[in-house]
Design a protein around this ligand. Sequence first.
Ligand code: APR
Length: 232
Amino acid sequence: MNSTLNIVVFSGAGMSAESGIETFRDSNGLWENYAIEEVATPQAWQRDPDLVTEFYNQRRKTIIEATPNQAHEGVVQLEEFGDVLVITQNIDDLHERAGSKNVLHLHGNIRQSKSSGPNQEKAYYPIDGWKLDNNSRCPEGYRLRPHVVWFGEDVPCYEKAALKLHDADILIVIGTSLQVYPAAGLIQYASNAHTKYIIDPKADELHVPSDFIKLNSTASQGIANVIKSMRK
Ligand code: APR
């Protein structure tokens, strides 16, 4: 009988807001300044791969220059209570840079590239620095693209994430508007969790099952409060 607590943190862009990285749907969010269909769909890649590559190069530059914030560090501190898995919608590597070891990226990892060729899902290539060069090719000769799940593409580790959520004793949802599926639908799999939190300045406006404890605060303040309550 594994007595260790299984803690799952499910994070979104709000997790990195206090690191200075803009979210997608807040005022002046990323999707207010860029059209999704121009930079974040397979059709956009077919139409203008250089534009898509440059869009992610600029975001990668911002992410490399950013640093993890107290919320990322708080998630690492949760490890004093049990096994912590981070399931994140974010493509930044701030959870890892804060020290989280078990991170599942539902929507990819901007620090890696993959082949744009058919059936090339499994090979990922680390990008050195902020710039993925337009001439980068995989061994089979296909152009390299950002390892990012675009709108309309499958979420490769969805099933794995669902299984992990099924085993969660505590679920902490942080900094996501829960508007993008299938990722947002994953929280329903945490049916065995005895405690569920949602941390967001607009938590009261978010539609979650009634058994969630809503913390209307920033990620850093919210995770600090959760840690305080767990230490009691
Ligand atoms: N602390 C915590 N939450 C915050 C903070 C903060 N400092 N600032 C903003 N938020 C909250 C917002 O209130 C909002 O609910 O973070 C959430 C951000 O929501 P979105 O911008 O929609 O980001 P996210 O939910 O991660 O988007 C999901 O959409 O565009 C796709 O692939 C992209 O992974 C992304 C997905």
